[in-house]
Design a binder for this molecule. Structure first.
Ligand code: UDX
Length: 438
């Protein structure tokens, strides 16, 4: 059954969800206070780098199911469900998510709602936020008929549209029966196709999101630790991960070693969870350790690079990849930022290249230069270091790279280069969690 939906906040999450709700057949209005952004979207311009999103937005607008506005009150009045997808950036001092924008939307919905309205949090919020929203609404406008629900997203950057439309699970937390029915109707096409509905309380739903991200972070921190151990004892971390992953209780996913996890979610969400758990009087020793382990791992990667080149001071290091993962121009919490800053602090002369993320990196990285193409980082280099698994880094002209370098060290912290490829080019390959290959 078609639902009338308003999505407040047309950032990454809001725009993907809005366009996908329209694709499911609903009538969707996306709201943003940034008039320029709304104007651009109204003319079909999508500035977010996300496969399939621009076409989806265009198609849904053409079909008359998706529109954009700056008028929150009007959008709320015309909606059965209002999804809150505004940002919750970390507060500089505590690292806790800043809920100012979420609470402002809550007030706007409380003021404008006409008839039964469902307010749904899509933004990642700390456990207890739905309860806080419920009491805020009750305090602001007595008698208004608004139900609150939590419905977290599990979208990966670079795969967000597919993650939405082929969701493994849809988590809904609410204390209101009507709210559950409305959300079932919203997601009916996906549930019919096999997405599992997890219907629970708001507190549990909020925690599913945080616990999932913390668990995935734990898997990565764990395999990164194993990678470092493998290097010491002469084992191969990829075979260790393969052997572990065949046990269905463990699974093969998220066991790829790298220079540390990053992005807009994992580091921020784990910190928020740790703080919320401390406040609740139930500290999370494992998640706290994972946060520290990820920091430590980045330092260990700098030590590894320093060991290969025989001390960083005065050495030329070429860095391939700045984005926190491939397929995105996002550098938020990217391990490259810490690793490059430490290389520079150690006296190294760094030249970096990334196919998408250099514009975003420039304001955040001081004292380095940028190359126009991947091979440009190799000029007179004592080592080239791969930090992001961009597909193009697998198939570079490694012989040409070697010819431009002072010394032949290729430090592959994503394990994307085949040993035989490096050998044929005359490079010494230093993978992560495996023995070096000359
Ligand atoms: C993540 C979650 O996957 C998603 O469900 C949630 O909603 C938002 O956070 P995203 O930040 O887009 O999505 O990145 P993801 O693809 O999960 O990777 C996170 C980080 O872990 C990256 O830095 C990536 O390079 C690293 N990673 C991932 C590894 O180092 N090894 C792995 O095996 C997997």
């Amino acid at each position: 059954m078609t639902q009338r939906i308003a999505v407040v906040g047309t950032g990454y999450v809001g725009l993907v969800c809005g366009a996908c709700f329209a694709k499911l057949g609903h009538s969707v209005v996306c709201v943003d206070r940034d008039a320029d952004k709304v104007k651009a979207l109204q003319s079909g311009v999508v500035t977010i780098f996300e496969p399939g999103l621009e076409t989806l937005v265009f198609d849904q607008m053409s079909a008359g199911r998706l529109s954009f506005t700056t008028d929150t009150a009007a959008a709320v009045r015309g909606a059965d469900l209002v999804f809150v997808a505004v940002g919750t950036p970390p507060e500089p001092k505590t690292g806790n998510p800043d809920l100012t924008a979420v609470l402002a939307v809550t007030d706007a919905v409380a003021d404008a709602a006409e008839g039964f309205t469902l307010l749904v949090t899509k933004s990642t919020v700390p456990v207890g936020t739905a309860r806080r929203i419920e009491s805020r609404i009750a305090g602001r406008r007595a008698g208004v008929d608004i139900a609150v629900a939590s419905n977290p997203e599990f979208l990966r950057e670079g795969a967000a549209v597919a993650d939405f439309l082929e969701a493994e699970r849809i988590v809904v937390g609410t204390r209101d029966k009507r709210a559950l029915e409305a959300l079932k109707a919203v997601y009916a096409p996906l549930i019919e196709k096999g997405s599992v509905l997890v219907a629970t309380t708001p507190e549990t739903s909020e925690l599913v999101k945080h616990a999932s991200n913390a668990f995935l972070s734990t898997k990565i921190a764990f395999i990164n630790e194993m990678a470092r151990l493998c290097e010491k004892v002469g084992a191969d971390v990829e075979m260790v991960a393969h052997g572990m992953g065949l046990d269905a209780r463990i699974g093969p996913e998220f066991l790829k070693p790298g220079p540390g996890y990053g992005g807009s979610c994992f580091p921020k969400d784990a910190l928020a969870l740790v703080n919320a758990a401390r406040d609740a009087g139930s500290p999370l020793s494992i998640v706290e350790t994972v946060l520290a382990a990820n920091q430590w791992h980045k330092h260990a990667m700098v030590t590894k690079i320093g060991d290969v080149v025989g001390g960083l001071d005065g050495k030329r290091i070429g860095v391939l990849g700045i984005a926190f993962k491939s397929g995105t121009d996002d550098v938020r919490e990217a391990p490259s930022l810490t690793i490059i800053a430490e290389l520079v602090k150690g006296g190294a002369i760094v030249t970096a290249y990334d196919p998408e993320a250099m514009d975003n990196a420039r304001p955040l990285l001081n004292g380095i230069s940028y190359a126009d193409d991947a091979l440009g980082v190799a000029d007179q280099a004592d080592a080239v270091v791969i930090l992001t698994e961009w597909p193009e880094f697998r198939t570079l002209d490694f012989a040409a790279m070697r010819a431009r370098m002072r010394r032949p060290a290729l430090i592959d912290l994503r394990n994307v280069v085949k040993p035989e490829t490096a050998r044929a080019a005359g490079l010494v390959l230093y993978p992560l969690g495996k023995p070096p290959r000359a």
